[in-house]
Structures are given as C-alpha cells and as structure tokens.
Design a protein around this ligand. Structure first.
Ligand SMILES: [Mg+2]
Length: 219
C-alpha cells in the first residue's frame, strides 16, 4: 500500500510563468520587441538542451554558484534576440513569483493532506525553492524538503529519495515518486520507490496529478 508521496518541483508541481512569453515580456521591458515565434523557438531549444544528460552532468544543481553560472549560460542562447536576455531570464528563473502551480496542483496537495498522506519535495535545484511554495501558502503541505544543493547530490542519486522516505518515516516501497524526467526522477526506482513519470502537457492544461490520487487511494 502506498502511503507517502514524493514530488519533483519543476514541470511536475510548478511551471515557469508565461514560459516563452517571458522572453517577449522581457524584450518589451528592454525596449526591444521580439517575435513570439522566435521566442518560442529559442525557449524550446534552451529547455531541451537543459534536460539533456550532458547538461545535467554539469552539476548545476550542486551549489547556488554553479546554478547561476550554468543556467545563465543556457539562457544566454536568447542573447541572439537581445544582448543581456540571458541574465534577465536567470533573474526571472529564481524569482518565486515567476513560478506557478499547475491547475491541479493545489487540489492534489489538499486531497493528500485530507487523507494524512505525508509529502516530500525532492528537487534538483541550486536555490531555495521553499519560497515558491510559501509565496502561495503551499509550504504547509510539504513535510520534508530534499534539495540537491543542500545534500551535495543530484538525481538520479538514490540517496536523495531514501532521505525523503526517511524524513517522512515511510519505507520506500510504500512511497510514490512523481516526476517528469525519466533520467533524473527515475532514479527513485533504484531506491526502491515506485515511480510515476508524467508526460508533458499543453500550456495551461492540468498536469495529470489525479493519477497520483488514483494510485494512492484507488479511486
Ligand atoms: Mg522536473
């Protein structure tokens, strides 16, 4: 029986506000109109590159310094549109207000809380994402935080998922990991944690988190 839930953060519970529109908005602030299609193309290239094993191997989530350096480099792919865009995108990346929960995130967390299912967030991050949750009053739903830069390890390291289960006091085989990236979030399997990898959804669509409730509660 599954009785605890471990969640990834980015692209699982929260997404970046506006996504590619961020480039258009920042361009307007910088007095440089940017074609939305060009912004979309660059945005996709940045995030496809960011998810590649080569980029993940650069250990950007082991310290705040590495995070700033590596993400600014990735975002600087957008400097072809406007010089300085990379740095502006990095500042936005670490602004808690610029991350939004998916339409079904709050409902999912509320339903787990209503059934006393303890929740952990297991995230590869180089900055303190607790502020994203607290900004929206959602930190009360999270009992344990396992953030890569505080543990000096990144996913798929099994130790991160084991630490989350330990902090929740629930054995790995009675916990469920929920994420979006098979390479990183899939590491939970090596820790003995049943794992759900959610496919990407269209912008604005629910994340598909009702699956989590069905797996835990069977309804
Ligand atoms: Mg993710």
């Amino acid at each position: 029986m599954l009785r605890a839930a471990l969640f990834d953060f980015g692209d699982t519970l929260f997404r970046r506000a506006g996504e590619a529109r961020a480039i258009v908005e920042l361009g307007a602030e910088m007095d440089c109109p940017i074609d939305p299609d060009a912004a979309e193309a660059i945005w996709r290239r940045i995030h496809e590159r960011a998810k590649s094993p080569e980029e993940i191997a650069r250990a950007r989530d082991l310290s705040p310094e590495a995070h700033r350096r590596e993400w600014t480099r990735l975002f600087s792919m957008a400097d072809v549109l406007v010089p300085g865009m990379g740095r502006a995108l990095y500042d936005r990346e670490t602004d808690p207000e610029k991350w939004v929960p998916y339409p079904d995130t709050v409902e999912c967390l509320e339903r787990l809380a209503a059934r006393d299912v303890p929740v952990a967030v297991v995230s590869d991050t180089g900055w303190d994402i607790r502020s994203v949750f607290s900004t929206r009053g959602l930190d009360r739903f999270v009992r344990a935080w396992v953030l890569s830069y505080e543990h000096e390890a990144v996913k798929p390291a099994a130790g991160l998922f084991e630490a989350a289960c330990r902090e929740l006091g629930v054995p790995p085989d009675e916990s469920l990991m929920v994420g979006d990236n098979p390479t990183t979030d899939g590491g939970a399997v090596a820790a003995g944690v049943p794992t759900l990898i959610l496919p990407q959804v269209a912008p604005g669509a629910p994340r598909g988190l009702s699956c989590v409730e069905r797996l835990l509660f069977g309804d």
